[in-house]
Design a protein around this ligand. Sequence first.
Ligand code: CIR
Length: 256
Amino acid sequence: MFQHVIVKIPCKAMINGITDHPELGTPDYEKALAQHASYVETLKQCGVDVTVLPADEAYPDSCFVEDPAIVTKYCAVITNPGAPSRKGETAAIEPVLEQFYPKDKIFHITDPGTLEGGDVMMCGDTFYVGQSARTNAEGIRQLGEILSPFGCKVVAVPLTEVLHLKTGVVYLENNNMLTAGEFCTKPAFESYHKVEIPVEEAYAANCIWVNGKVIVPAEYPTVQAAVEALGYPVLVCDTSEFRKIDGGLSCLSLRF
Ligand code: CIR
């Protein structure tokens, strides 16, 4: 179960956030703020306390607070984002995590290792880590070294089709996993009960389990029905403006 969630208000510069999908257009900032506020309210309905950090105009993608840190029940890890424009986001998140973790339980990924939290999927004590354009083999090795003393296993999952691992796969606890695209056939996920998401709704693979409920992005009826069929109460949240800069539900929070 999660007790805490950390989010960060989107900054005005988010309209210049990194995107592989310019064809989706530029985010509408006012709409993004409203969607973010409603995201926070939805999280509160899942019984967590939510720490809302102020916007940081220096970093266009800083609302995607999942990427500069990994939070576990054992420790926190400050990452080393692979995107040059996002590296400085880690300095702002560390003092916030010090309010929740003792200093000797906060670790760091360092050069030449790179790693972004969006590539890390926690399934119990196994951490699957996407080897992506943002996360390299050395970053994954360092994470393994940090987590193994806690009895955790780190498994690298090479990916080519999407930005981060969790762009295309989500673990919903109870052995259930939603997979899209290349993640439907990865040997690493063979033992899970997988529900395959159709290509036209692949964006909705980025949904989140929070304390028994699942938050799903608005307007993905097939995914919503599939999650309901698995027996989870579903909450819906519109993230259309974040999608335009390749972000979604999981990227917008740290949950622990
Ligand atoms: C980026 O490219 O870094 C941002 N525009 C989107 C980050 C999404 N984060 C995530 O999937 N964890």
